[in-house]
Write a protein that binds this ligand. Structure first.
Ligand code: NAD
Ligand code: LMR
Length: 340
């Protein structure tokens, strides 16, 4: 009886240890009061792997934090204003920094049309992150992702702390859409679909590799499917009619990617997500960054998987994507060189 209680207590202690080991991550959201920032912060508050949530925005961070902090999960929540020390405090000690700060599209705009406004926002936030939390994983949501990730990388290089294993463009929404849209066509459970999407995050740079999941759509049906995945963002921009772009589905996608990274950081093996990272795959064609399946680990990027077997149709999509991507990446790099 006594022995049994000791075993039970030991088990409870081990369990308590593993639970607390899972709750040791500070996560920071920059742009936390925005359309994405608020639901993203809410989902992070519900994640038991997060121990501390730091919510920063140029306006409204403390208000969102006060609201979210009443949710009865264990993590602490603090909001930060753009005071001289606010941003630095929000970042210090963080393991994961998500950046959804910046302006969204309106109908008729491309993501690249956001470059002029968002490039400097991301540059400045990346500089603060490079200085206050150089070892954190940086997850960039702000568009155009194909250019904002290279911008952040250049900034980290200029501060002397660039680690390509810890810098990610969040392309998870493309995977979520690709999985949802095929399930609508095939009548399958969308939660059990996981379509690999490679390339980048805008129009023709988004390449769903449907054949790798055993599907062989053909003709117009295949063209329509690919178009819907590539231009799913436009569907939302049009429907919101000037009030912005995807926020709720993006919050879900951002929270999913953060959760995958937290799992990997906290020791889980075999966590694989497509994400836009510095990559050797198409480097020789100027696409220094490229989204493909990436295994995540305690140090960030653990392994970048090759594209694998694809159809001739997918290869043609890929050729266009790589060419466009190279230009988008160069634009980001050149921006930081001209505007350090
Ligand atoms: P939003 O306008 O609703 O919110 C943006 C927030 O950023 C605002 O609260 C604003 O105050 C804040 N902000 C602006 N400058 C800032 C700065 N310097 N520091 C901190 N905060 C700052 O926009 P949204 O709908 O949340 O979209 C944000 C970005 O995410 C857009 O660029 C959008 O295109 C992009 N986005 C990316 C994806 C993706 O898949 N990667 C999906 C959807 C949207
Ligand atoms: C999306 O894919 O929904 C985002 O990149 C936002 C946009 O501008 O379409």
């Amino acid at each position: 009886m006594y022995a049994a209680r000791r075993i039970a207590t030991g088990f409870a202690q081990r369990r308590a240890f593993s639970v607390s080991a899972k709750q040791s991550s500070k996560v920071t959201v920059l742009g936390a009061s925005g359309g994405i920032g608020q639901p993203l912060s809410l989902l992070l508050k519900l994640n038991p792997r997060v121990s501390e949530l730091a919510l920063y925005d140029v306006r409204g961070g403390p208000g969102v934090a006060a609201d979210i902090s009443h949710i009865n999960t264990k993590s602490t929540v603090k909001g930060y204003d753009p005071t001289p020390s606010g941003l630095r405090e929000a970042l210090t000690g963080s393991e994961i920094i998500l950046i959804p700060a910046g302006v969204p599209r309106k109908p008729g705009m491309t993501r690249d049309d956001l470059f002029n406004t968002n490039a400097s926002i991301v540059r400045d936030l990346a500089k603060a992150a490079a200085e206050a939390a150089p070892e954190a994983n940086l997850l960039i949501i702000s568009n155009p992702v194909n250019s904002t990730v290279p911008i952040a990388a250049e900034v980290y290089k200029s501060v002397g702390v660039y680690n390509p294993k810890r810098m990610f463009g969040v392309t998870t929404l493309d995977v979520v859409r690709a999985s949802r849209f095929i399930s609508q066509l095939k009548g399958t459970d969308p939660a059990s679909e996981n379509i690999t999407v490679v390339g980048g995050h805008s129009g023709a740079t988004i390449v769903p590799l449907l054949s790798q999941s055993g599907y062989n759509l053909e003709g117009q049906q295949l063209d329509d499917y690919v178009y819907r995945v590539q231009f799913g963002g436009d569907e939302v921009v049009k429907a919101k009619d000037g009030a912005g772009s995807a926020t709720l589905s993006m919050a879900m996608a951002g929270a999913r990617f953060a959760e995958s990274l937290l799992k990997a950081t906290q020791g889980q093996k075999g966590v694989i997500e497509p994400t836009f990272v510095e990559s050797p795959l198409y480097k020789d064609q100027g696409a220094i960054f490229f989204a493909s399946n990436v295994e995540l680990g305690p140090n960030g990027v653990e392994k970048i998987y090759p594209i694998g077997k694809i159809t001739d149709y997918e290869q043609k999509l890929l050729d266009v994507a790589v060419k466009d991507l190279a230009g988008n990446i160069k634009k980001g790099v050149d921006f930081v060189k001209a505007n350090p």
